[in-house]
Design a protein around this ligand. Structure first.
Ligand code: DGY
Length: 327
């Protein structure tokens, strides 16, 4: 059996695939494959390990119906047409859990950087603008005892909440479809409506998937219901907020600041107005970019691919019903 890996991944992934007796082809160049290239390589293989930036849509899936498994090197699977893959009986896998700490660290880092305008101050030093002590200039805001609102309290949101509770004794509220018992018990977190989340959060941190329901939900109307001193953090997907509305909200001081690890589009243009705002921190989608998380993702992506190629249940399936059909 042959598996294609569409970007270079950590060594542990290849090692596991080879130990399982698979023939592995890994794309070696440091660029994303075009759709046609991805289809062509996939046609010559039985299984695929792919990346979140690659569109696994109807066109791709119907061109590559033969694939026995598509294993995504990512936890978010908004790039995939899950319904179509399920209809075509192709098992899909993703890499949850192993990147939760790393991603929550980036959400927390963005919060600290934004609240103290760290990037702005760093840029001033680079621009030879290191001023003497100025009692009232460029002040930040403190985080102690503030209210953290989590939009989409899953594994990553829970880790962010633990950090904010532990460091600053924040009150935690969240908006989810269902109640998160662990968060209620461990952090005294309270489930609230979307409007309550907007109205009560001092820090609003997005950790939800990008779905038809969440796409653009943080728009001008939502920002205008937030506190003027609040900070908006998004480490999930750029499509969950409307960028032009965020810019407007910041310009009109509807909110105080924003920290983004995800943008729409990615990469963000270097002339984007957000990049020159003192109260905004932007990172280039590095939530999972630690040795530990990326090794863990490579291990899980390989395990999903191996299981799929053996016709077994994937350890981390996106569409588990496909396996049920197969057995
Ligand atoms: C994930 O795993 O979802 C990260 O955001 C990388 O795509």
């Amino acid at each position: 059996m042959k598996v294609f890996v569409s970007r270079k991944i950590p060594e542990i992934g290849y090692q596991l695939l080879k130990e399982a007796g698979l023939e592995v082809t890994a794309w070696g160049d440091d660029r994303m494959l075009t759709k046609d290239e991805l289809i062509n390589y996939s046609l010559q293989h039985d299984g695929l390990i792919c990346m979140n930036g690659e569109r696994i849509d109807k066109e791709f899936l119907n061109a590559c119906k033969h694939l026995k498994v598509i294993s995504l090197y990512s936890v978010g699977y908004d790039n995939m047409d899950v319904a179509e893959a399920t209809r075509l009986n192709i098992p899909l896998g993703n890499t949850p859990d192993v990147l939760s700490d790393a991603t929550a660290d980036i959400a927390f880092t963005l919060l600290l950087m934004t609240s103290r305008k760290a990037i702005f101050h760093h840029k001033r030093i680079l621009n030879k603008q290191w001023d003497f002590f100025r009692p009232t200039a460029n002040l930040g805001i403190e985080l102690k005892n503030k209210t953290l609102g989590i939009f989409g309290l899953g594994r990553i949101g829970m880790e962010m909440a633990k950090r904010c509770k532990g460091a600053y004794d924040m009150k935690v509220i969240y908006h989810n479809r269902s109640e998160n018992k662990q968060a209620d018990e461990e952090l005294g977190a309270k489930k609230v409506s979307f409007d309550e989340l907007l109205a009560q959060s001092d820090i609003l941190s997005v950790h939800s998937a990008l779905t038809a329901e969440t796409k653009g939900i943080f728009n001008y109307t939502a920002f205008s219901k937030m506190k003027p001193a609040s900070i908006f953090i998004n480490t999930a997907r750029g499509g969950v907020h409307r960028e032009e509305d965020l810019i407007k909200a910041l310009n009109e001081k509807l909110i105080w600041g924003a920290g983004l690890d995800v943008t729409n589009p990615e990469p963000m243009n270097a002339d984007n107005p957000l990049l020159s705002m003192p109260n905004v921190s932007v990172l280039p989608h590095i939530g999972s970019a630690t040795e530990e998380a990326r090794n863990g993702m490579a291990r899980i992506a390989a395990e999903n691919a191996i299981a799929g190629l053996k016709g077994e249940k994937l350890p981390h399936p996106i569409n588990p019903e496909v396996q049920k059909n197969k057995i």
